[in-house]
Design a protein. Structure first.
Length: 104
């Protein structure tokens, strides 16, 4: 079984965050869209929007849009682990992170 860590790239020097395999599959829900001037993230890298992270934490939900129904969004309550990740992002002002997989 593997274990996963988010390693902050920007800013550097932040303690890594251990995450579950389940949260690993959900990272795309929290990744920010490409902004003009930003280089696209590399493989297993994610960019985060600090404003969005704060809103999600304040509201306790994330809105997901189905590719089959782009006119409607579904609100999903944040799990404890998702909240922990968003708090790590917000507290450390992480805008760019890399996912590392450690094999056991």
């Amino acid at each position: 079984m593997s274990r996963f860590e988010l390693i902050a790239i920007d800013p550097s020097g932040v303690a890594p965050l251990s995450i579950s395999a389940k949260l690993r599959t959900q990272l795309v829900y929290f990744a920010a869209g490409a902004k003009s001037g930003d280089a696209p993230p590399g493989e297993n890298e994610y960019r985060f929007d600090l404003e969005e992270a704060t809103i999600w934490l304040d509201e306790g939900v994330i809105r997901l849009v189905s590719p089959l129904d782009t006119m409607n969004a579904t609100e999903v309550e944040l799990s404890e682990e998702q909240e922990t990740m968003l708090e790590w992002i917000k507290k450390n002002r992480v805008i760019h992170a890399r996912l590392i997989e450690h094999s056991k």
